[in-house]
Design a protein around this ligand. Sequence first.
Ligand SMILES: *Cc1c(COP(=O)(O)O)cnc(C)c1O
Length: 380
Amino acid sequence: MKFNTKTIHGGQENIDPAYGSVMPPIYQTSTFSQTTPGKHKGFEYSRSANPTRAALEAAFASIENGKFGLAFGSGLAAIDAVMKLFKPGDEIITTNDLYGGTYRLFTKIIEGFGIAFHFVGMNNADTIETYINKNTKLIWVETPTNPLLNIVDIKKVASIAKKHKLLLAVDNTFASPYLQQPLDLGADIVMHSATKYLGGHSDVVMGGLIVSDKELADKLYFIQNASGAVCGPQDSFLVLRGLKTLHIRMQRHCENGKAIAEYLAQHPKIEKVYWPGFETHPNHSIAKEQMKDFGGMISFVTKGNNYNEAIRIVENLKIFTLAESLGGVESLAGHPASMTHASIPKEEREKLGVVDSLIRLSVGIEDVEDLIADLKQAIG
Ligand SMILES: *Cc1c(COP(=O)(O)O)cnc(C)c1O
């Protein structure tokens, strides 16, 4: 089955043996009856497993070319479950420009349990090897990164991980499986904030993990059940519904993203546009190789790098909504310096490239002429 068919049918065979409904019923129940102790129809208690969630988990596995999918109450809950694979003394190497919430989880909670992190710039994957020692257990990669759209060479990092017998996890939230499938490139774990492109409609918070190794899947299922950060049946249904249009949404996100990146690049008031589709992007050739297209996430900096000017632009936008998050059908704009990255000291933030005038766009699937006109009137 090819990708566009999988988004609609993947893992959905015989979804409702009772009545043959085309969409899985929302099994809004905490528990399931047993005829005699231990004898049931495959489901006992909805933390352990729920049929609607199971349908979604099968779909997750299918679209990422994995064997096993697991759904969680949020993207961070999914990451937290991965962290529970490790013990005090273990070390993890991760990208240095992580999603802020992941950085907070790693540094404020997981480090406190005796697990050490190395935050490493991975534009050149070779630097990773200098951080590997006998305690290293995992490489955690985000690509493209937030908000500067850096690209990490997944295949190359996977070969380093294999050589040293480490696990490789990829946060595939920004790309979605439409653009890249990390398991095929050698990763062991794919993680998603399904809140973003997978759900796609800004109406649910959810996380997912996809793996192919049975032993790893068993460990993660144990953690999912034992720690209990699962999502509910209603949310599972919503994301399953969202998935069915992932491919056509992504196609339009990419088309609109390209048109807007090109518009911004020629605008006289704009200093720099971050988008992996430009040949001038430092890792454009890797993006071209590992991604099907370049996505709908774009960041840009205005000339003069003026904080108030950036605030004025995001306030003036009328179709783009000023909001955190990304990946929904509607276009969003964000100002990292005052929003997602406000808690990082200015000096440190600027070292990462998150300067005062940086604006991040999640380009939606509206008519691109309207989006460009909105940017034009707001930037002036
Ligand atoms: C949003 C996001 C997360 C966290 O997911 P939640 O669903 O908000 O918990 C993790 N990684 C990336 C790249 C994200 O964009």
